[in-house]
Design a binder for this molecule. Structure first.
Ligand code: ZN
Length: 204
């Protein structure tokens, strides 16, 4: 599958699975191609209407190679992540319901489920609130993604990264389900963190 088609496929999957809405809650999705250029979802357009003709393409420094659709300002933090994390080839930003609920409550997700080791590379931190798409906001995102694959943005939403688009999508979905479970558990009682010594070193 061509890389642009892959981006469109996962954008539509995010919408179908209700991980994103239309309008300003649409978030953003991007993919680093094998030649190093970046494919980026546009602003304004619903993912339902997205096709490969409506994807913007930039180089790693943000110079446009093709710009057929309105530019998402999220592009700048996506580019910074790609610059700092050579292993990352896909980024998804959502305002999905349960992850955003935690972000509104200002709660990070401690290491409470073994699968976090593989999907998130540990706990899911929360970056303090900053106005979206400002250098301060972008710095908070980058800072927390140096070691991990997911970060909550206080009073905002979620950013996930992955070595592939499939990995990135699975982390986004995993964190949303985890957030839902965590919120339910918090209503019943306290939640035990899995401490470092209990985490093990094996692979799934
Ligand atoms: Zn956002």
């Amino acid at each position: 599958m061509r890389e642009a088609e892959q981006l469109v496929k996962f954008a539509k999957k995010l919408k179908a699975e209700k991980l994103v809405c239309d309008g300003v809650n649409k978030g953003s999705i991007s993919l680093r191609k094998s030649d190093g250029t970046i494919l980026m979802s546009p602003s304004k357009l619903s993912y339902d209407e997205l096709d490969i003709q409506k994807i913007n393409m930039v180089d790693i420094d943000g110079n446009f190679i093709s710009q057929p659709a309105p530019v998402s300002r999220d592009m700048y933090f996506h580019l910074e992540i790609y610059q700092k994390r050579q292993d990352v080839h896909a980024i998804i930003h959502t305002h999905s319901v349960y992850a955003t609920a935690l972000s509104l409550a200002g709660k990070k997700i401690p290491f409470i489920l073994y699968g976090m080791k593989f999907h998130c590379r540990g706990e899911v931190d929360i970056a303090p609130f900053e106005l979206p798409n400002t250098p301060e906001c972008n710095e908070g995102i980058i800072c927390h993604l140096k070691k991990h694959n997911a970060v909550l943005l206080e009073n905002h939403g979620l950013v996930c990264v992955g070595e592939t688009m499939q990995d990135c999508y699975e982390t986004t979905e995993f964190v949303e389900h985890l957030s839902k479970s965590y919120l339910h558990a918090l209503q019943i009682g306290s939640v035990k963190e899995i401490i470092e010594e209990e985490r093990g070193y094996g692979n799934l």
